[in-house]
Write a protein that binds this ligand. Structure first.
Ligand SMILES: C[S@@+](CC[C@H](N)C(=O)[O-])C[C@H]1O[C@@H](n2cnc3c(N)ncnc32)[C@H](O)[C@@H]1O
Length: 362
């Protein structure tokens, strides 16, 4: 039996499961779910094992909101690891049929998982060496070709059991367990700064930063105080209009790049159409935020928007899908071309981050 294993934030297994089941069905791939609350893992057992490859290559991971990372299993059951010769047990279970371009050693995003991190680190060096020697794992490669072929995932469920699987390099997260580890910048006035930092890293390809996240662009930050998001825009050289009744950090005001408007973010609109970015972290009803963001894009008041949609206590997946549909309906009605992606990012909690970009008709 082949299983698609998905990583999500612990506590969001139900949403992650509902989403993969629904989106796999669009590709006529069906299966049943197994999940344990707060484990941060979802098992999607496929009815037809031969469809795993199709799903892993055709359904873009970036279209999944609640899954951080995924892989398809290569063995039916987790591999039992003996006290000694764990490397050999894994190599044997992998066999010689498949070859991988890279390898990820992964753990659960739980306290039990964290306790295994030293063990996994220690094992990954001899494991890598052994798999390279046997040809199962390709020699180290950089740059070109790194988005091709398959990635081997070794997920240690415990010190005695590992799940083995693969994802495709063109359709996987570049981060172990899909988690980018970002350093909190001490100059930022709030920890929320990490959310926008991660959002930019996740949604905007690095090779486009020099045009889309660069010095000289104008940005508006709704619900800006004390300034963690504004900080991310300022440090990229942008001029920022920060909207909030609360106070902004003096350190940001001192840069000369920030203008603070003590206004209601739902009423504020810029005089000129020279703002490239709109970012919004107002804690508000998600439907209200969704409508506002769509309207800014329709009116041409920004080219790209990055914003949070807060999740309700119940029916979280359904609510997000409804709010995204609201945005699609408004943009569709106004004949605006756009791209939109949403993700439950690592630094998000009870919200998802959405990136909306107006596209020019060519
Ligand atoms: C989560 S905090 C924002 C944190 C900020 N992004 C940071 O990184 O420092 C939410 C902010 O939204 C502001 N806010 C809520 N409703 C607002 C509204 N209608 N207009 C303007 N600001 C609003 C609050 O005053 C609060 O400062």
């Amino acid at each position: 039996m082949t299983t698609i294993v998905l990583y999500c934030r612990p506590g969001f297994e139900k949403e992650c499961g509902a989403e993969i089941q629904e989106k796999a069905a669009y590709s006529e791939v069906f299966g049943y779910l197994k999940l344990t609350k707060n484990e941060g893992l979802v098992y999607f057992h496929l009815n037809d094992a031969s469809q795993a490859e199709k799903l892993m290559s055709k359904l873009p991971l970036k279209r999944l909101i609640f899954a951080r990372q995924w892989f398809a299993t290569v063995t039916d059951e987790p591999v039992e690891l003996p006290e000694y010769n764990r490397v050999e047990a894994i190599a044997e279970a992998l066999g010689e049929e498949f070859h991988y371009n890279d390898m990820r050693v992964e753990l659960l995003d739980t306290n039990e998982g964290k306790e295994l991190s030293k063990f996994a680190r220690k094992l990954s060096v001899p494991l890598r060496q052994s798999l390279r020697k046997s040809g199962t794992l390709a020699p180290q490669q950089k740059g070109e070709g790194s988005d091709r072929g398959a990635i081997l995932h070794i997920l240690f469920l415990s010190g005695q059991q590992a799940l083995l699987g693969y994802s495709f390099a063109h359709n996987t997260s570049p981060y172990v367990m899909g988690i980018p580890r970002l350093k909190f910048p001490s100059a930022s006035p709030s920890r929320s700064t990490l959310k926008l930092d991660e959002a930019f890293i996740h949604f905007i390809p690095k090779e486009e930063w020099s045009e889309r996240l660069c010095s000289g662009l104008n940005a508006v930050d709704l619900g800006a105080a004390p300034g963690g998001w504004t900080y991310q825009l300022v440090r990229r050289g942008m001029m920022v209009k920060s909207i909030d009744n609360g106070p902004m950090a003096q350190s940001l005001m001192d840069t000369g790049q920030v203008k603070h408007y003590e206004e209601d973010g739902f009423k504020y609109r810029p005089f000129k159409k020279n703002n490239y970015w709109l970012v919004c972290d107002m804690i508000e009803r998600p439907t209200r935020v969704a409508n506002l963001m769509a309207q800014w894009i329709v009116d041409g008041d920004c080219q790209e928007a990055m914003f949070n949609l807060k999740l309700p206590v119940k029916g979280r997946y359904q609510q997000v899908m409804k709010d995204l549909q609201t945005i699609k309906d408004i943009l569709g009605k106004n004949e605006v071309w756009y791209e939109m992606y949403a993700k439950h990012l690592y630094y998000d909690r009870e919200e998802v981050t959405v990136h909306l970009r107006r596209l020019n008709r060519s």
